[in-house]
Design a protein around this ligand. Sequence first.
Ligand SMILES: Cc1ncc(COP(=O)(O)O)c(C=O)c1O
Length: 371
Amino acid sequence: MSSFWQKIRSDFPITKRTVYLDHASAGPVPRPVAEAYQRYAQTHLERADASWPEWVVQREQVRRQAAAFINAKPEEIAFTTSTSHGMNLIAELLAGEGKVLTNTAEFPSTTLPWLWRKADLVWQKDEDGRVLLEGLKKKLTPGVRTVAASWVQYASGYRQDLETLGRLKKGRYLVVNATQGLGALQADVEKWQADFLCTNSYKWLMAGYGCGLLYVREKWLKKFKPQGAGWRSMQHPERMDNRKLDLRSDAGRYEWGCPGFPVIFALGAALKYLKDIGMERIEKRVLELSAFAQERLSAAGFEVISAPEARSAITVFRYPNAQRAAKKLLARGIYVSARGPGLRVAPHFYNTFEEIDVFIQKLLGFQRARE
Ligand SMILES: Cc1ncc(COP(=O)(O)O)c(C=O)c1O
């Protein structure tokens, strides 16, 4: 392991006790993010609301960081509490616009908000977790107005080619659930021609629970009215005018009450941390780790269902009684998840090739013990 990654690894004390390969469920926070939480708590302890003006300034700084992270404008970013929150805000705007094309592999957060609103859903059938663009093209009828898709599928690791999808969509809305990609892979809403995006903070971004991001392309901010209003979504909240609706024109119009400062600042620290390492470098590293996992699992005789040509940071392979195996691994300090047709292994950049081997050897040990 190079001294660069060795040093990075020291920001993750969890590595001392465990083999943590479960970022697709939730990541640990690196040390600088933990410090951001601590700083906030200390300031609140000592100064309470005297810090409000600085906190508001700091929140706007995080909004700029978040925008830059996905190549958007700060005006296009709203803070939410989760991916599900963001997708509900989006579905409320688009459910009545026409058919919504999605697929059978999606995590429920992508589909339930539309079902709830009785949107006319068109389902593309996945092929062992793969959401092939060939199949998608056939479903893109003129009646389809929205395509709602995950960047990376949670139960197969299939990485959608959003750039091509963006070219195919032709005047339709592209809604991206970025949860399983953001923080591991390089994001670019301009390149993708994405119209809306939502994500949370606790997986690959490693900022802990409670924050999320909503991206709304500028022109749709103008077209669509948000489904609610609150004092903080007005242009001048300090006036506390209870009779006049004077909505903010930017994505802040989706933030109705006081902000969740601690989680927003944690997200800011996480974004800085990732940016300082460099997303290009991170993407290269996670793809190397997952290529290694796929190769070693196959060599050990497991059937990997993750598509090498659409690789992400997630690898899934068939394993009978995966729940039981995941529990047994957990008891030995190895974190993976039972998902899809088997086990899901999801290393981040600070993990090592050796850790992946430790995990596979442990699994082979279980099998030998059964024989
Ligand atoms: C693709 C995807 N979207 C959304 C979620 C859940 O997000 P949240 O809890 O923030 O709504 C998950 C969790 O596994 C996921 O994999």
